[in-house]
Design a protein around this ligand. Structure first.
Ligand code: PMP
Length: 383
């Protein structure tokens, strides 16, 4: 009998809900990926680099062309200078960056503070490295962090705190005050920050993305994860990057080189060319804000409760008083009976926190959003 290293991990809810959605021909607002085509200019660039023969291993840390464009972008957006040579590494998506960062820092017995609801790859990576997740629950509809509670969880075993803003699944965004509080807590402690900023460009209503790189004392102790897939509508390419001060990046690269060694070569050359036009990423917030607004406008009149998402492409809807069943059961029933697939928020908590809320992805074609919103909008009483 094999002794599992992750005994509690089974098939993810994302797979389950997508399969159910397909079986019932439901509108799939479950899994978080764009339901529309990316810009064909990137595809043409990749193709041309392939034809020109850029098909062998890229440098371990990524092509210098792409690292330079990234350094420039972060400097322009957040005012922090990362050295392309020593402080930026191209990864196989945000997920690999997160796994490798955790593996390079967390030793057996180290504690890692994280907030639930949380994206599902953090805790397994901590546990595989013998670390201990220390959870802090955030609750619907504000999902705000109580920094006093965070302070009380820190001790000499705390190695890392993982933050994620804009936040999946809640769609909330950390404020300047949140960042100052974090900076204050971390400054004089022997601990680091892993900041998951894959949704940096998906932020609405003029809200500013408070990247940890904006805060010099925080940046000194942080690794920041980004994803090209989220930015350029090609999640299937699994391309991302990580930025960190040199002493942390050295440790990251030691693990990275035995984890993937290097990432897709022609895509790196293509992205460097494509991103030299800043509009490719600066126009994104408006695009997704329109989608959020379409979905919410179609929902008008429904009895679901919500705060409009400030960022990401997710909207959480609460159903207290509308349905009296657990969110996992409701997500199934909404798919089979109403034709709309979502993700129950309980799966983002280590233990169900009874939030009675579902996550809907609005990175979909407008007609699907309008249809889904209308159907949900008709649900007005206890069903
Ligand atoms: N972090 C968060 C919060 C995410 O939602 C995702 C993707 N769903 C990732 C990281 C992983 O990004 P990638 O697809 O580039 O691995």
């Amino acid at each position: 009998m094999i002794k599992s290293k992750l005994p509690n991990v089974g098939t993810t809810i994302f797979t389950v809900m997508s399969k159910l959605a397909a079986e019932h021909n439901a509108i799939n607002l479950g899994q978080g990926f764009p339901g529309f085509q990316m810009d064909m200019k990137i595809a043409d660039l990749v193709h041309s680099y392939m034809k020109k023969g850029f098909n062998q291993y890229a440098p371990m840390q990524g092509t210098i062309e792409l690292r330079r464009v990234i350094a420039d972008k972060i400097n322009v957006m957040y005012g922090h200078s990362y050295s392309p040579d020593h402080e930026i590494t191209i990864t196989a998506g945000g997920t690999q960056a997160i796994f490798t960062a955790i593996s390079s820092l967390v030793h057996p017995g180290d504690e890692v503070v994280m907030f639930a609801p949380a994206y599902d790859c953090y805790a397994p990576a901590v546990e595989l490295n013998g670390g201990i997740p220390v959870w802090i629950n955030l609750t619907f509809p504000d999902f705000r962090i109580n920094w006093e509670e965070v302070k009380n969880k820190l001790n000499e075993r705390t190695k890392l705190i993982i933050i994620n803003s804009p936040h999946n699944p809640s769609g909330t965004v950390m404020s300047a005050d949140d960042m100052s509080q974090l900076e204050f807590l971390v400054k004089d402690r022997e601990m680091f920050v892993l900041s998951d900023e894959v949704y940096e460009h998906l932020i609405f209503d003029g809200v500013k993305h408070e990247s940890v790189s904006r805060y010099p004392d925080l940046a000194k102790k942080s690794l920041i994860v980004f994803s090209f897939g989220k930015t350029f509508h090609n999640t299937g390419w699994k391309m991302g990057y990580i930025c960190a001060p040199e002493y942390l990046m050295n440790e990251f690269r030691k693990v990275h080189q035995f984890n993937v060694f290097s990432c897709n070569t022609p895509i790196q050359y293509a992205l460097a060319d494509y991103m030299s036009d800043k509009d490719t990423y600066l126009k994104l917030p408006g695009f997704f804000q329109e989608k959020r607004d379409k979905f919410l406008a179609a929902l008008q009149g429904s009895a679901f409760t919500y705060k409009p998402a400030d960022g990401t492409y997710f909207q959480v809807l609460g159903y207290d008083g509308l349905f009296d069943e657990a969110d996992t059961a409701l997500a199934v029933r909404l798919t089979t009976d109403f034709g709309i697939a979502s993700i129950p928020c309980s799966v983002f908590y280590p233990v169900d926190a009874g939030q009675n809320a579902l996550r809907f992805c609005f990175a979909k074609e407008d007609n699907l959003l309008e249809k889904a919103g209308r159907i949900l909008g008709t649900i007005t009483g206890l069903n």
